[in-house]
Structures are given as C-alpha cells and as structure tokens.
Write a protein that binds this ligand. Sequence first.
Ligand code: NAD
Length: 443
Amino acid sequence: MSPLKIAVIGTGYVGLTTAAAFSHFGHQITGVDIESERIDALNDGQVPIYEPGLGELIEEGTDAGRLRFTTDHAAAVSDADVVFVTVGSPTTARGTADLSYVDAAFRQLAPSLQPGTVVVIKSTVPVGSTHQMRALLSDLRPDLDVDVAANPEFLRQGRAVEDLLDPDRLVVGADSDHALAVLRQVYAPILESDTAVDAVFTDPAGAELIKYGSNAYLAVKLSFINEMADLSEETGANIEDVARGIGLDPRIGPAFLQAGPGFGGSCLPKDTQALLHSGRAHGVPSRLVAAAIDVNEARKRQMLNRIDTAVDGPLGDATIAVLGITFKAGTDDLRESPAVDIVRRLIGLGTRVKVTDPEGMDNARITIPAAEYFEDPYDAIDGADAVVIATEWPEFAKLDLARIGELAAHPVVVDLRNLIDPAAAEAAGLRYTSIGRPRSSAG
Ligand code: NAD
C-alpha cells in the first residue's frame, strides 16, 4: 500500500478514531479541530473522549510520526491527498440536519485545496449534500475541479476502534474514477486483507441514503421491540424470551432487539428526524420512521411514570439514585441519553437525584449541575427511595443486591436495562421492576 497524506477535519468521536485508524493503516494523518483546548490536550498526549483502545492507537500513530494534530486548516489541507470532513451534523430546531458545521469546514478548507485533492464527507449528511458541497467548492475555487465524495461512517461508540480497524462494511459514494481510486487506496489495508471488508461503491446519493436508512431501520427495530415489551408486560410474556426467539430468525437477527428506556445517542434521534424531513421535502413521507420517533418520545415519558409508580409517595419528595447517565455503556457521551432525560424530568419535579456512572460524570456535571454525583454506586444508593438502572454498564449487573437493600431507604429497584435477574432481586428482598419481564422468574 502506498501511504497517503490525509487531513481529518474534526477530532470528535468519529474524526479522532478515524485519524488514529488511518495512521494505523500506515497513512500520514493530520487531525484538525477548531477547539484549541482539544488540540492542545491531544498534543499533550491526552485523549479528550472515552473510547476503549483509542489512547493506545493514538500513541502508536504519534510515536511513529504518522499522526499529528493542529488547529491550522491550511497547513493540514495544503499538502493533503485526501481531506476527510468529520464535523458534527446536529439537528436544527425544525428537526432538519444542521449543515452549518459542514458548510463552515468546507469554507475553511477551500482556499488551501490543491489540484487532485479529494474531499470526502464522513459526517452524516442528507441526500444531495455531497453535490451541494461540491457546488460550493466550485463557487469558492473556480480554478479547481475538485472531487467531493461521500463515505459515511458506521462505527458504534464504545467499539469505535474495532469497528474502524475491522468494519462490517465500507460504503463509498463517488462520481469520478479518481475519487474512487483514492478512496480504494485509503482503505487498501481492509479491502485487500484476507478477510476483505464487504464494500459498496455507489454514487454520493446512494451512500448518503445508506447511512440514514441504516440508522432509521435500527430505530424502527428498537421502537418495535419496546412495543413488544409493553405487550409482554400486559400478557405475562417475558420480552427476553420473545426477543431471543424473534432474533434467532436470520432474516431478523438478534441485534437491536434489547428492550429498554428508548433509543438515544448522538445518531439515531437526529438521523431519524433528518430522514423524516428529507422524505417530506421529496414528497415521500417516511411513515414508519415517524412512528418509531413517536413511540420513542412516548417511551421517555413512560419511564418517568414507571419510576413514579414504584416509589412510595410523591416523586418530588423522593431521593432517587440513577445508575448510569451515558446513552449506552462503553462511552462518556451523553447526547440524547435517555438517562439524562429521566434525570432532568426528575429534577424538574423537585426530586433529589444522585447519579453514578463509570465514564460519564465529567460531562454530566456540566450538562446537569443540579444532580449530585458519586464515584461509588453504593454512595449514590445510600438513603435513596428508589434505584433506577438507566445505562447497561456491566458494573451495575455485579452490584451486591443485598447491600442495595440495606443501604437504600426503600428497597426499590427500577431496572430499565434488564441487567438484574428478577429472581435474584426478589431473593434479596428488593421490590424490583424491569422492562417487559414478569416480576420474578416464578411470576
Ligand atoms: P463530535 O461533536 O464528537 O465531533 C465533531 C468535532 O468537529 C468537534 O471536535 C468540533 O470541535 C469539530 N469541528 C466543528 N467544526 C469544525 C471545523 N470547521 N473545523 C475543524 N473541526 C471542527 O461529533 P461526532 O460524534 O464525531 O460526529 C461527527 C459526524 O459523524 C456527525 O455527522 C455524526 O452524525 C456522524 N457519525 C457519528 C457517529 C458516532 O457514533 N458519534 C457514528 C457515525 C457517524
């Protein structure tokens, strides 16, 4: 493989892991960010986000002289063969994808682009955005005929490193042979390995829609299994058995069939909203996606009702221990976390909320200063009228149930992630409720 010079614009969850993975492939990488504190931290050897294995991968790249970080777009872009744009694409107040960061990044990189450099959008952007950005570059740099390609990212936070080094698929949307050839070179180590990745080479619109379609499908699956969990509760079925039985069908598969407090995170909520708006804009309403969003919104409210039902007396007078604040285990990311939603709703009622989380507390202290934070889960549980398990950190599955019963003011556990065995909870004397399961194995 001949190494390429690559600029990665944005060093967030996607950009930083992408930069580190590309340097591991042997390329020469410059990661760029507008946040100078983040770049200073990276240049000091600190990793500004929690992602298992990322620190080691960054160290490998920087030690080998293949990975460096800067706030200087021009320096990074001017000698790059490829520029990857990985900045955020959040949601506007109307629910559409906010492309202002992508637009700003293109405006910053445009003056330094050289002939032949390929610009690749890795950010999740609505169908048509890649062509829109190419038109912007043509306006800004009429002297250049720049290729802009789409290469959406499918990494899972908490497993980003393994997903980038050994992805389940590669999706490239390119209009020109040159862009295609350059992207093949970027990904040569995984395209040409013995266990070559499955790749889809298509046009930019196809690549853009594959990304939104994938996330929308996952959201539909989650809302579906959450509805099945509600039906299980009413009928006495056990959602764990139901989900396993459904997921054993290879046409369906077991992933994303875990019932819980509703989907959250940095991708599914915003990408379903954006797809809904794209569909409307093109006169093709996505009714299934709309239903998945509605079910999810209702679910967040239901979670509070569950806690209210489990607690003796008004919630506003209660102390609640919330175990887990990140949107899922394995990350420090709080974006659209169901746990954050629950904590905020509780605080709004006047509830005293005691939070613990293995990785998310630094971010949580900033996001929800009104909650109290405890490193040790047992300190959070001490004196609580109920314990709510809101994130599926494996640490919480190992807690001593008898000790929870002793420490809590009332031995009430609301397990929104089905982490604890209902029979064990009952044996420990806990008043235990979970999602879609009978109260105990005997129930
Ligand atoms: P993030 O917020 O963690 O990172 C974005 C980074 O870009 C920030 O560090 C920000 O300071 C930087 N930035 C913003 N404007 C910039 C500019 N003009 N120049 C340089 N840096 C700039 O976001 P993320 O989670 O990494 O997501 C990035 C994109 O990837 C989004 O479109 C998202 O939808 C998509 N995506 C995310 C995930 C995920 O799991 N997080 C997975 C797949 C795809």
